[in-house]
Design a protein around this ligand. Structure first.
Ligand SMILES: NC(=O)c1ccc[n+]([C@@H]2O[C@H](COP(=O)([O-])OP(=O)(O)OC[C@H]3O[C@@H](n4cnc5c(N)ncnc54)[C@H](O)[C@@H]3O)[C@@H](O)[C@H]2O)c1
Ligand SMILES: O=P(O)(O)OC[C@H](O)CO
Length: 338
């Protein structure tokens, strides 16, 4: 395929891993960071120690703290900063894009914006010039940065309202160890990616509390039912939750020690205070704010989400986890619904 100019905004774990995939595919890559002190390390040592340890990055990953330089002439711009920073970064991006520039914009962040309840691609659409709105896509699926940079076989999905946009993202990022599917269910893909983080926090807590596979299977299955129900209330295709952005990403996030959400849950299960968990992680734990958004959305849409509600009460109202589990187990009997 033709080689592209790709700008990646956000040089944390995931932005760096995606920049590395793009560089390995022969594209010209600019990795923007708002922390200027990361630039010499990435450009001279070809590492990003804080986020990815000693892994050697492709030498064609070029970091810069200058967003204008990063996005100049870019064919694709990926947004990979935390959800809470996305709006501000998209506003900055809008000031730097040339008026005749028509890059495809890709949301690689998984979360829902506190207060507005917006999905990440919606935030981008609201903040960038109207002419770019038709060219917005999402990349999601089970893909820890740590596995991607060491070339573990990884499958993700690229989606957009316009299949041609999804296919363009697919063609640019696909390679022998990073296989990209395409689709058009943006709502389902973004709800799946955001809400699995909530369930992963619960899975981490179960791990610490010594629960076995029965409890984890129960959490995954009924958690996925909640994710699907809320997504469908916003127009998602339920089949999406059976795919990479649904059960696939739930599985990886709720079972892997690489997951920040799972690790946060483990620490909460051990009795660590939420503010200490956040402080010590040093990386974004999206599920914490997403839990609150999901809880509020469930109330607003009258969607039954007992597990999410319990995790919300643990995180924000000091509920005891064991008491929460007992409450869930004692709920009125019902048919198995999805
Ligand atoms: N880490 C993964 O394996 C992975 C995989 C798939 C998706 N994601 C998603 O990607 C997103 C980013 O995750 P991550 O793991 O790379 O996070 P991270 O904490 O490793 O990195 C976030 C990056 O954003 C930067 N940043 C923070 N606040 C900023 C601001 N106000 N302005 C500009 N930059 C800011 C940080 O400096 C850092 O470079 C999250 O939504 C996460 O769910 C992560
Ligand atoms: O490390 P986490 O918990 O933010 O999860 C990262 C990705 O979403 C896994 O696909």
């Amino acid at each position: 395929m033709n080689k592209s100019k790709i700008a990646v905004l956000g040089a944390g774990s995931w932005g760096t891993a995606l920049a590395n995939v793009a560089a390995e595919n022969g594209h010209t890559v600019r990795l923007w960071t708002y922390k200027a002190d990361q630039v010499p390390e990435i450009n001279e040592q070809h590492t990003n120690q804080h986020y990815l340890g000693a892994v050697q990055l492709n030498a064609n990953v070029v970091a810069t703290a200058d967003m204008a330089a990063a996005v100049e002439g870019a064919d694709l711009v990926l947004s990979v900063v935390p959800t809470k920073a996305t709006r501000q970064v998209a506003q900055q991006l809008s000031t730097y894009l040339q008026t005749d520039q028509q890059p495809v914009l890709v949301a690689a962040t998984k979360g829902l914006e506190p207060g507005t309840f917006k999905r990440v691609s919606q935030i981008l659409a609201e903040e960038v010039p109207e002419t770019l709105r038709a060219g917005i896509g999402v990349i999601s699926g089970p893909s820890h940065a740590e596995g991607v940079v060491k070339h573990d076989p990884t499958l993700v999905t690229a989606v957009s309202d316009d299949l041609a946009v999804a296919e363009l993202i697919q063609a640019n990022f696909n390679n022998q160890t990073f296989r990209v599917y395409s689709g058009t269910d943006v709502i389902g893909t973004e709800f799946g990616g955001a809400l699995k983080n909530v369930i992963a926090i619960g899975a981490g807590a179960l791990e610490t509390l010594g629960y076995d596979a029965n409890a984890k299977a129960a959490l995954f299955t009924r958690g996925l039912a909640e994710i699907s129900r809320l997504g469908q209330a916003f127009g998602a295709n339920p089949i999406t939750f059976m795919g990479l952005a649904g059960v696939g990403d739930l599985f990886v996030t709720a079972t892997s020690i690489h997951s920040r959400n799972f690790r946060a849950g483990e620490q909460l299960g051990a009795g660590k205070a939420l503010n200490e968990v956040i402080e010590d992680m040093g990386m974004v734990i999206e599920g914490i704010s997403t839990t609150k958004v999901a809880y509020e959305l469930a109330q607003q849409k009258h969607v039954e989400m007992p597990i999410t509600t319990m995790i919300y009460q643990v995180l924000y109202q000091g509920k005891d986890i064991q008491a929460g589990i007992q409450e869930l187990m004692g709920r009125p009997l019902q048919k198995e619904g999805f």
